[in-house]
Design a protein around this ligand. Structure first.
Ligand SMILES: *Cc1c(COP(=O)(O)O)cnc(C)c1O
Length: 386
C-alpha cells in the first residue's frame, strides 16, 4: 500500500511537482498571530487551501494555534470534518436549499446575510433537533455578500426571534473589506465605521455574538483596529503578500509555502529564425537551445503569461518562448548547456534565485492568489516538514 503510493508519486513527480512546505504554513500562522495578538485566528483554506491542499494546511494551521478554520463552501467544510478536523469551522458561501442540516450536525458555523438564509437555517435546526451556530453578515461596503444597512434591523430581529425559540445561536457578526490591500484607501475607515454600527445594532437587538470579525490578510497585517475578536487571513497563511502596497512577503515575516518545479522533457538545438510553439509568436533570434517544460494551461499555468512567464533553468531566469500550450511550453536557453531531466523552477519562495508567484502574476496580469489557486489537480502536491 505504502510502496504503491510512493511509486505513483515518484512517477508523476518526474514530470512536475508542487512542493508544499508545511513548516512555512505553521511559521506564517505564528507570524500572523503575532500581528493580531488579542484576536483569535481563522485560517482560510477555501479552494483547496488556495491550491496548497486544504487538509494538510488546515492541520498545520491548527498546530500553529489557529482556533478557527474558514472555507467558502459547506462541501469544503465537510471534507475537513471527514479528514478528522474537529475544531471551530465556518463556511460562508450558501445558496437556497443548501446543506444546512448537515452543517448543523457537523458542528460547522454558518453565515446568513439575508432573511431567506435565516429561515432555512431555523427550519434545518428544528429538523436536526439542535441549534445552528450562525454568523450574521453585514455588507459594510464591499457590495458583494452580506446584508445592506437598510435591511439589517429586520435580519437582527429575525435572528433574535429564532434565538429565543432555541433554533440558533448568533455566534458571530462579520463583514469583509473591499480595498484593505490598498492601505489608506478611504473605503477602509468607512467600512470600519459601518461595522461598528452593525455590531452596536446587534447588541441593541439583544444579541451577544461570541466573535466580531472583519479582517482578511491585508487588514490583519496593516490595520490593528480591524482585528476585533477574530482575524481571517487566507493568502498570507501560504506566505504570499496580499499586494505590493501591503509589502514584500519576507519583510512581512511570511514565507511562500509552494515551490513549483518541472523536469525538462527535451533539450534540443535549433537554427536561427525557427518559430516556437503555436502561432509562431516567438522566433529564435539565432541558433540556440530550446528546453521543453512539461506544464501548460491544463495544469493551471496561465496562457496569458505566454512570452513572459519566468522560469529558472540552468542557473538563469528564462522567459516562456512563444505560447503556453495545454501541456507544455518552451524556454529559450540561449545556447546554455542543459539536458532533459534538468529542473525548471517556475516559482518558489525566491531565496534560491527562482521567480515567485508574484512574478508570474505580473507576467500574466493577475494576482498571486490566482497563480497558486488555479494550479491544477494534475500536478502532485508533495508535502515537506509535515
Ligand atoms: C477569501 C476570504 C478571506 C481571506 O482573504 P485573504 O485576502 O486571502 O486573506 C477572508 N474572508 C472572506 C470572507 C473571504 O472570502
Amino acid at each position: 500500500m505504502n510502496s504503491v503510493t510512493v511509486s505513483a508519486t515518484q512517477s508523476t513527480a518526474a514530470r512536475a511537482r508542487a512542493e508544499i512546505d508545511l513548516g512555512a504554513v505553521r511559521d506564517n500562522v505564528r507570524a500572523l498571530r503575532a500581528r493580531a495578538p488579542r484576536a483569535e485566528l481563522m485560517a482560510v483554506v477555501k479552494a483547496d487551501g488556495y491550491g496548497h491542499g486544504a487538509v494538510p494546511c488546515a492541520r498545520a494551521a491548527r498546530e500553529a494555534g489557529a482556533g478557527w478554520i474558514g472555507t467558502a463552501t459547506p462541501e469544503e467544510a465537510f471534507a475537513l470534518r471527514a479528514a478528522g478536523d474537529s475544531g471551530r469551522l465556518m463556511c460562508w458561501v450558501w445558496t437556497p436549499g443548501g446543506p444546512w442540516r448537515e452543517a448543523i450536525e457537523a458542528d460547522v458555523d454558518v453565515s446568513a446575510g439575508a432573511l431567506w438564509a435565516l429561515d432555512e437555517i431555523a427550519a434545518a435546526a428544528r429538523a436536526a433537533g439542535r441549534p445552528a451556530r450562525v454568523h450574521l453578515k453585514a455588507d459594510t461596503g464591499l457590495g458583494r455578500g452580506g446584508c445592506q444597512p437598510a435591511e439589517w434591523p429586520e435580519l437582527l430581529a429575525a435572528a433574535r426571534a429564532a434565538e429565543a425559540e432555541g433554533a440558533l445561536k448568533v455566534t458571530g457578526v462579520w463583514s469583509h473589506f473591499a480595498c484593505a490591500d490598498e492601505p489608506g484607501h478611504p473605503s477602509i475607515a468607512a467600512q470600519l465605521a459601518a461595522f461598528r454600527e452593525a455590531v452596536a445594532a446587534a447588541e441593541r437587538a439583544g444579541l451577544d455574538p461570541e466573535v466580531r470579525h472583519h479582517a482578511n490578510s491585508p487588514a490583519t497585517l496593516t490595520l490593528p483596529e480591524s482585528h476585533f475578536d477574530l482575524v481571517r487571513p487566507g493568502v498570507s497563511v501560504y506566505g504570499l503578500s496580499p499586494s505590493p502596497e501591503v509589502g514584500v512577503a519576507a519583510e512581512l515575516g511570511l514565507r511562500p509555502a509552494m515551490t513549483l518545479t518541472a523536469s525538462l522533457a527535451l533539450v534540443k538545438r535549433v537554427p536561427g529564425g525557427h518559430g516556437v510553439s503555436y502561432g509562431h509568436t516567438y522566433r529564435t533570434p539565432g541558433a540556440t537551445t530550446l528546453g521543453l517544460v512539461p506544464l501548460g494551461y491544463g495544469d493551471g499555468i496561465p496562457r496569458h503569461a505566454s512570452g513572459a512567464g519566468p522560469v529558472l533553468v540552468a542557473g538563469k531566469w528564462r522567459s516562456v518562448a512563444g505560447r503556453i500550450a495545454m501541456d507544455q511550453f518552451v524556454v529559450d536557453l540561449g545556447g546554455d548547456p542543459a539536458a532533459a531531466g534538468d529542473e525548471a523552477v517556475l516559482f518558489g519562495p525566491g531565496d534560491r534565485g527562482e521567480p515567485t508567484a508574484e512574478d508570474w502574476a505580473r507576467a500574466a496580469g493577475t494576482i498571486s492568489y490566482e497563480i497558486v489557486t488555479r494550479l491544477g489537480a494534475r500536478v502532485p502536491r508533495v508535502y515537506v516538514n509535515g
